[in-house]
Design a protein around this ligand. Structure first.
Ligand code: URA
Length: 198
């Protein structure tokens, strides 16, 4: 996909009506960041602030995620950040199977264009979508896996979802935040290995 086609897809997402989430959204959240990066971070779905602004991870949990990325030496500007579904589910519920299926082609096309070496999945929904597993995030987090998804090959590093971290703010050794910082540092190490100078 060339840059023009990528921008066309952005417009398509912004006006998409493939699933019922379109009816209640203020703005679809396409995602943001460099299209040449070797790391893409995929979250679950936009929340209220994201729906309002059209940007991913800008609410409370997004702010915490951004702080942790910065602290671990991987500022969010270096990643492309998006979600499994591009519109906000009512009451921030998890996206349904139909909604995720309707949006899957957009995530696949984004990854096909960006060609990341590493996909960081934040929370259960993106981790399960990409790895096709039913295992939960507490088992999967921090474990690097190779995967083939939609005929693309990349490594996947699952993280706790930042809204879980918001509810568990302690930083003691072994705490969810301490583990997440270690996971992000590992992502940075891998990115540098894959792309010298990252
Ligand atoms: N949670 C997500 O999973 N994605 C966002 O963009 C915001 C909150």
């Amino acid at each position: 996909m060339n840059d023009a086609a990528f921008n066309e897809m952005r417009k398509e997402v912004e006006t998409c009506a493939r699933c019922p989430l379109a009816a209640n959204r203020t703005r679809a959240v396409f995602g943001e960041g460099p299209e040449t990066t070797s790391i893409v971070l995929v979250g679950e779905a936009p929340g209220a602030k994201e729906d309002e602004s059209g940007r991913p991870f800008v609410g409370l949990s997004g702010r915490l995620l951004s702080e942790l990325l910065e602290e671990a030496g991987l500022p969010r500007e270096k990643l492309f950040i998006t979600n499994t579904v591009k519109c906000r589910p009512p009451e921030n519920r998890l996206p349904s199977k139909t909604e995720s299926a309707a949006c899957r082609q957009f995530l696949a096309a984004q990854l096909r264009h960006i060609r990341p070496r590493l996909v960081i999945t934040a929370g259960n929904a993106p981790t399960r979508a990409v790895l096709g597993t039913k295992e939960g995030i507490s088992t999967l987090r921090g474990r690097l896996r190779s995967c083939v998804w939609e005929e693309m090959e990349f490594s996947v590093l699952p993280l706790f979802h930042p809204s879980y971290l918001l509810r568990n703010r302690g930083r003691a050794e072994g705490s969810p935040i301490a583990l997440t910082l270690a996971d992000i540092r590992e992502a940075l190490r891998l990115a540098r290995e894959f792309t010298p100078g990252f």
